[in-house]
Design a binder for this molecule. Sequence first.
Ligand SMILES: Cc1ncc(COP(=O)(O)O)c(C=O)c1O
Length: 423
Amino acid sequence: MDSDASLSEVDPAVASLVARDAERQRSFVHLIASENFVSRAVMEAAGSVFTNKYSEGYPGRRYYEGCEIVDEVENLARDRAKQLFGAEYVNVQPHSGAQANMGVYFGLLEAGDKILGMSLDQGGHLTHGSHVNFSGILYNFVAYGVDPATETIDMDELRRVAHAERPKMIVAGYSAYSRLIDWRAFREIADEVGALLMVDAAHIIGLVAGGAHPNPVPYAHVVTATTHKAMRGARGGLIMANEEFGAALDKGVFPNAQGGPLNNHIAGKAVCFAEAATPEYRAYAAQIVSNADAMAQTVMDDGVRVVSGGTDNHLFLMDLRSIDEDLTGRDAARLLYSVGVTINFNTIPFDPRPPYRASGLRVGLPAATTCGMKEPDVAEVARLMTRALREREDQAALDTVREGIASLAAEFAPYPADFPGHV
Ligand SMILES: Cc1ncc(COP(=O)(O)O)c(C=O)c1O
């Protein structure tokens, strides 16, 4: 093997796919709430020789020799996360957000235990009890939701359900919820019924790191997160808790849920925690929230209903029925992709349509904000989007929108034009 040959020399097929996706990433405006563009530094760490090392176990207690350096990188990542979020215990080994949640359930619960989680169609995640996911298969999930009138979490109703059901765990933190969450109130309810509070901060952890959302760590028994959404790091999961849960959580991740950790991704997590501790990142987090608000206000001014009437975080949900009763989320997302916007369709609370068609679009600002967009830019994107949706039968209008989006994408590209997509 010529270990020094480049990707394009060894495998032109994969090299060309990388280059094509780099081009796709450069030429669209990206509004998928869970996506972002990592720095060159994160990409270098995630693409480093750490990918070669096996290290089952934890720093100082490995099942393999030669782990002294991966021990250092894992300790560095853990220490930086502890500092950033004020956590006593951190586990950076989960391969993803779903694996982090699995590690917590395996570590702190027994199969069959009762858990209170928000239903998927109201903003929860698959791992919060969906019947097609391990969580719903192995545990007895009882769903809570949002208030039909306000479309925000009804804490009185949650308290009522918690007292009636007496779960072992309450899960808070969502995939498609645009309002601040009252962690203290969640913890009070958990304490009243003797439940553990798990906060799944996968979506908002980047805002928390940058001081743009209240930190759940002081209130929850355990917090899970992803490092690749607003956090803007290498793909992966994260668990934080008080030290008393550390041994059980370590075991829940390895050996219960996973084998060897992805050390290259742990290195990429360490880098993103350092990046997130800077004043630039704080400004970034504040700008995400401000951009989301500006964009939501613009679509509302354009007559589109936004779930719960706005946003406090990085995302919001557009109710497409306010544009046209017959417009599904899936069709709207496809149409927007055809004019240069990547976005995902999403159910809205009490959606009459099934998830694969849905009545909403989830609009997220972390990626566009990384590209340097400010309020006037995202407002322009919003106007172009609503025009495309309203005038979707008019080819001339769609061409105008496509041109407008293309020029914004070119102005706010994530990487330079000659960037090959890898380092
Ligand atoms: C709230 C929440 N939890 C967990 C996850 C799972 O993360 P991953 O896709 O990394 O497994 C997601 C992903 O979208 C999420 O939104």
